[in-house]
Design a protein around this ligand. Structure first.
Ligand SMILES: [Zn+2]
Ligand SMILES: [Zn+2]
Length: 258
């Protein structure tokens, strides 16, 4: 039996009437991950080795701060993260400083001779290293990587339950499908965790579920637009009133639309 810590939340999420049960799982996981980052353990400096190196993306730095749960914790995380990054940047700067100094000397010599400097110079190496440093830092986030790791476990459990629990399989097949990013996750997991036969039947069944649900939401969006025609002013909204945020969720996963 797969660990209950995964099967229970999976069952709960698939019992909710929503556009994507994985969005429900991930939204909760994201909130839990923010609380985890603010837990007392992170107050100990030795537990911040990972956050010192990786820090957080824009979304998760905002969530950590906006939660106002442990502002001191956020300050301590930032303090040692900043010290770590300053030391790393200092190393890059010290290593490539010579190039910048050479450019300065070369530039004044060329200016004296009336020539314009080229685009690739010894100083470019410093700039390239600095750009790489910033690019690499911007691509790392401890909350994102925790979510990615646990969502992979959830996807594995969903596929495992799909082939072992007929009720669960029927619920998935007759559900509203998934958002496109989470459908992609399930397809990636199907490649990793399923046998060729299981993979083929899962993908065939899910393609059908996805197609019929995308057609459903397209209908709802079309009716939403038609409601702006004065002739439909008094007609029922049917299921279309919140079709726009639900359709956006289908494309880009859960979000903060009100
Ligand atoms: Zn989703
Ligand atoms: Zn993040």
């Amino acid at each position: 039996m797969k660990e209950q810590i995964y099967t229970i939340p999976v069952n709960d999420a698939f019992s909710i009437d929503c556009e994507c049960p994985l969005c429900e799982l991930e939204r909760k996981l994201e909130n839990d991950s923010i609380s985890f980052m603010l837990s007392p353990a992170l107050m100990e400096e030795q537990n911040r080795i990972s956050t010192n190196k990786n820090g957080f993306c824009r979304r998760h730095f905002s969530m950590l701060y906006n939660k106002r749960e442990n502002v001191l914790g956020v300050a301590l995380i930032i303090e040692t993260h900043m010290q770590h990054q300053m030391a790393e940047f200092e190393k890059i700067a010290a290593k490539n400083k010579g190039g910048l100094e050479r450019d300065l000397k070369m530039g004044s010599m060329k200016n004296l001779a009336g020539r314009v400097s080229g685009s690739s110079t010894p100083g470019t190496k410093f700039i390239d290293s600095a750009i790489e440093f910033h690019r690499s830092l911007a691509g790392r986030c401890d909350v994102c990587s925790r979510i990615e790791r646990i969502m992979d476990r959830y996807a594995d459990v969903i596929l495992w339950m799909y082939f072992r629990d007929a009720d669960f399989r029927a619920k998935v097949m007759n559900g509203k499908g998934f958002c496109l990013p989470h459908y992609k996750l399930l397809l990636e997991s199907a490649k990793k965790y399923l046998s060729p036969v299981q993979r083929a039947s899962f993908v065939m069944e899910m393609n059908e579920t996805m197609a019929s649900n995308l057609a459903r939401i397209l209908d709802e969006i079309q009716w939403f637009a038609q409601k702006f025609d004065y002739r439909n002013k008094d007609a029922s909204w049917k299921n279309s009133k919140d079709a726009v945020p639900r359709a956006i969720e289908k494309f880009v996963s859960y979000n903060d639309l009100k």
